[in-house]
Design a protein around this ligand. Sequence first.
Ligand SMILES: Cc1ncc(COP(=O)(O)O)c(C=O)c1O
Length: 1009
Amino acid sequence: MSYNELKISIKQAEKILFKLFKIKGRVSILPGEVDFNFRIKVNDGEEFILKISRPNENEDYLDFQQKLLKYVEVMGGNLIAPRVIEDVEGKIISEITDEFGKKRKVRLLTWISGRIWSSVNPQLVNLRFSLGEKCGLLTSVLQGFEHEKAQYEFVWDVAQSLWTKKHIDLFSSEEKEIIVSFQNQFEKRLSDYKKLRKSIVHNDANDNNVIVSDDLRSPKVKAAIDYGDAIYTQIINDVAIATAYAIMNHNDPLAAALPIIKGYHSTFPLQEAELKHLYNAIAMRLVITVTMSAISKEKEPNNEYLLISEKPAWEVLKKWSKISSEFAHFSFREACGFKAHPNEEQFLHWASKNDFSLSDLFPNINKDEIYPLDLSVSSKVIGHLNNFNDLELFDYKKNKLQKENPSKIIAGGYLEARPFYISESYDKIGNSGKESRTIHLGVDFWIPENTPVNALLDGEVVVAVNNAGEKQYGGLVVLKHTTETFDFYTLYGHLSVESALINKVGDVIKKGGKIAELGVFAENGYWPPHLHFQIMLSTLGEVEDFPGVAYFNQLNVLKSICLDPNLLFKTEGLQSNESLSNDELIHYRKKHLGKSLSLQYKVPIKMVRGAGQYLIDQFGRKYLDTVNNVAHVGHEHYSVVKAGQEQMALINTNSRYLHENINELAKELIETLPLELNVLHFVNSGTEANELAIRMVKAATGERDVIASEVGYHGNANMCIDISSYKFDGKGGKGAPEHTHIIPLPDSFRGKYRGDDTADRYVEEVQNQINLVHEKGRGVGAFIIEPIISCGGQIELPKGFLSKAYNAIRKVGGLCISDEVQTGCGRMGKTFWGFQLHNVVPDIVTIGKPLGNGHPIAAVACTQEVADKFANGMEYFNTFGGNPVSCAIGVEVLKTVKREKLQENALKVGEYLKEELKKLANEFPIIGDVRGQGLFLGIELVDANLNPLETQTNYLANRMKDYGILMSTDGPDHNVIKIKPPMVFSKDNAEDLIFYLRKIFAEDFMKSY
Ligand SMILES: Cc1ncc(COP(=O)(O)O)c(C=O)c1O
């Protein structure tokens, strides 16, 4: 019978619905594999699903489903599931005769409102947890359900999945290899698998059968629908099926699976024996899917439903085949609260009964005490990574430590998050962006080259190789040890290749026998000689490639496989350096630090290291920084750090003594400024710079009235707050003081005047304020504004505005201040200073943030005339301003901008980024405006009526953080994303940024406005 003859039209469905249930409603077609399904919307808002079966459908099968739903309705408590609607005759299964004279069964169920899983974006941890949770709950409700016709042959039953073997020739060689390997693994363990718990389970929580709540911010699974595949089978198959579909479209399917399994376990506790088979069961469900698709392609080319999940199923299968099944098993155990490795407890017990000394391991070194060497991300021994990469320097430091501690062995590193594996070659793209291997799984012993290393107990050689990859890591030996109840392994890295290779796989080394000798410096392509010693309860099938360093998200599993070597030695000083949580820091800070200090992000981050455009937290996670325009030439730029350190070691005093540094910094700045601006005063912050600028204004003009912009910010001290509308018009503010006069934010996008030619209108506003000051019988002291108003939301001043506004101010004797605290030092790309974009020359320029690359130094540049008037006899003394250390740093920052052509980089990368952001704006109408210059950009999020979208903006910034990208929000309506990264931000960084922005803009919440 052809598909067309089987099909039921909407018209027919409407008729059937009315005849059997006396219900009228709007009918639409839904996808379905076996049944023909229709969604019914009744006027009163109620909704149903009408299911019409194919001819000759087995009534037992339908009876089973309907009884099951009835059972869930009675026993399910709060569990949401479709309810069975009886027909006008009170039957739960009705019958019709179709136009070809065939009998068809009809059922009506209630509709569960919400979204289909496959349409939900993103599918994050909490959502996946709730999927497991709901599926587990359903299984637990079904524990009491029985039906005599429940057991039957079924292709989608994982337990019966080996039927796929006879179709293996449908696949090409690569695909065949993957499928055969899974089939073989499944078959090998079939007898064990058959003993697992069984019950009736839903068996089909696939991505089109799961309903998710409409809450876009924290969606949860409401229910599984379509009970047509429910079957009596191993319970673990139900978990496997829900998992197999929900891990599609994730870079790391194993990591994606864990919350689902955790959720399932929370409502239906899984057994350890079941978890052993989960990896295979997931694989076999996918094998069934791809086999069914391959068969269907031939049979029913018109039924698209059958082909829907083929592509993502293959993607997962391919990735799944590369995951160690053992590692997956241990991960599942950890997710369910068991010890990740089943032998962990046994090892702990064994280790507590057996003592080993360091001199057993190193018989030639008669030392049993440890000097702990901290090589964690925040280690001061490491210091700047450039220093650390200078191996001679590190060797010298280490040898010095050894001399100072002659009776100790220098060692450490277990579970230490280390910074030097952070190069791109250690990166992988996980479910939350780039991930680096950072967690060290063994202990490093920093002992002399050629030191003999002995076996602590009898062991069989399972690996003896020259461990040369991209780099030379010396010889590697792994021994297998057998105790009465379990086996474990010890790993020895960085041995001399020659001595390591004397061992042959299968050799037995007796306790106290020599394994090998430590390699010399040259054999160990990085770092001075040291033994990497690691304990492993399993080799995860990767005997030679077992990792010595782990990804952070695998830590909890790997630390159960790679146990603490100090369990053997029980030596003080060798304790693990596992990074602690931030709770204590947060608690103390809340109690004892200023109450109005805020913390970024709902889950605050502790940053312990900066490197260029990246910040690194204590776990070694690397964040791309698009926020910090203070770290102008890059976080912890080596030459800037060095300049500060070197000068600090010599002298730091106030500017009353002569010193080259202050002059040199003045020269460097003057070189960048217009000729008129050639006198400098050095201060310690942007605030101080603006305070001083206003003092200069008062001294030079005799006036104290200042005109400033709405939402402008100029600093945190009294005078600065008085001219900062951002503060006095914001939370806790009391409005403009008597002597401050505010013009509307000159925003051509959403400001008082909009469009291309708004300069004159905003200049009129300046003139209005001038007039107002005059009306009060006073004169104008100054006009202060940023060339791009940062806190205002990266507002570019309208073309022509600044020069006309300056003219108006000067006409009445006022001074013009350009606040370059954010915009200065090359960030604009086209020009070194922001005011230069507008072809004006201010009377005073204030310079802050970027000048010290994080060190507190700021400056005020002014004309000779202003400087002369300010020098009225009162000494200007500033304890720290202009000190030799700060000036050394400032000079190096400015030289670095020139040497590394960072202004050019800001122009090139900034323009590229702006173009790409504009493309995004075309794709996502929520982006109302893209603006800014160089690496000082902003994107504004609005609805179709230009209403600001603060919650979406916040959501975006928080989601970007999930992907390891830091972004900030600002603007009077908090709906602008600001982009102002360190100036070393590269085109690759811009591409990454755009990639993740595009991903997040496509998420459901970003479209909900
Ligand atoms: C434009 C502008 N001016 C002045 C300041 C004050 O600088 P500081 O925080 O260094 O005192 C800031 C700080 O954010 C600023 O953005």
